[in-house]
Ligand binder design. Sequence first.
Ligand code: ATP
Ligand code: MG
Length: 441
Amino acid sequence: MRLTNYFLPLLKEAPKDADIISHQLMLRAGMIKQSSSGIYTWLPMGLAVLKKIEKIIRDEQTKAGALEMLMPTIQTADIWKKSGRYEDYGKEMLRIVDRHDREMLYGPTNEEHITDLVSTFIKSYKNIPKIFFHIQWKFRDEIRPRFGVMRCREFLMKDAYSFDLSEDSGKHSYNKMFVSYLRIFKKMELNAIPMKAESGPIGGNMSHEFIILAETGESKVFIDKKLLELEAPDDDINYNDDLTEIVKTWTTPFAVTEDMYNKDKFYNNVLLEDRIEEKGIEVGHVFFFGDKYNKPMGASIQNKDGKVIPLQSGSYGIGVSRLVAAIIEAHHDDKGIVWPKSVSPFDISLINLKPSNEDVNKICDEIYESLEKKRYQIIYDDTDSSIGEKFSRMDLIGIPIQIIVGPNSIKEGKVEIKDRKTDARKLVNLSEILNEFQLKD
Ligand code: ATP
Ligand code: MG
């Protein structure tokens, strides 16, 4: 993408009401524009990151055996009345009346919708277990939208729902999602720690929030340092295996949020030097709730003995749009964003220091075209801005690799490659520049 053809409305300074770094940087880097309170337009570069995050989640959830579908944003109130949550949900739910005076709502979550669907289609134990997921916009009329896309009203969520015949089998589905989450967040270079959250009606350890540590987080967290050293399962994970041990490894060290905190327990269980008290950002939540919705909504099936029993379910959310901000909170420096490779809006940035120079132009064009052929996504600064402006712009938008081409270096037959994160620079022979980048898969 040539910068002269792109749309990157940068701001020199972040508006005063943006009080956390990710919000400031998202606005300064031209990723989002507020439309009204807690509602945002995603500009091209913001959307590119959102799509990268979506893809990681989609691929990993699919690997874990979940099936993607797409449920609507607008739901009928009827199904919520059936589950009993229509009144309970309160003012966070945006309620709408259509032209026929039917009560509708903009979905804040989809348990009712999916349960209604499953009760229609799944009648036999042979169709079970199943995990469905979708990536869809939600609306919650938050009392105090703030921190940009971190806590907004319209946001993108990945939500998955599992349906099993027994509690044991349900636990396996829960573990699958748990392990999938470990892998998803690791791919985004986030240290997301599962923390015991309020347990559902069944009790036990069946609810965990995945939280990344950040000073700007909204909830206080108390964890054992050992958790920061654990490694998420790698690619040869088999989701049909018993995953209990992996989940146990991650849930045994102490880790709780404020709501579940007990000072004595923390002090008795964790050595002084291993105690971490910080703030955190919730990026995901896994929750097992048994037959809570299945019972009232009639999602029941006949088991092998001919007995009709309600299904056992859990729901599993990830804040897709919140993750964009959370990743920036974890990956930035004083010059701007430093994207992890896996979610960067472009793979490489190419900086033409002197577009008025024919030779520089020719070399930049060649590099640009050749690397695109190797399937890299490139943002090519072909503008006539000043050199200082070019450098600070690229540092601000945080593409991991910068290729810098100017008249002086090409005279010596070289171009410069800079690593945005470490600031390491190397001069590479023009004839070898393409060898630096393998064909991308
Ligand atoms: P929170 O405690 O932050 O309000 P929640 O417990 O209400 O979140 P869930 O219903 O578990 O959230 O939703 C799943 C995920 O969606 C959360 O883990 C979070 O990452 C994201 N999310 C929830 N509310 C918002 C919001 N207002 N803006 C952006 N993302 C959100
Ligand atoms: Mg939650």
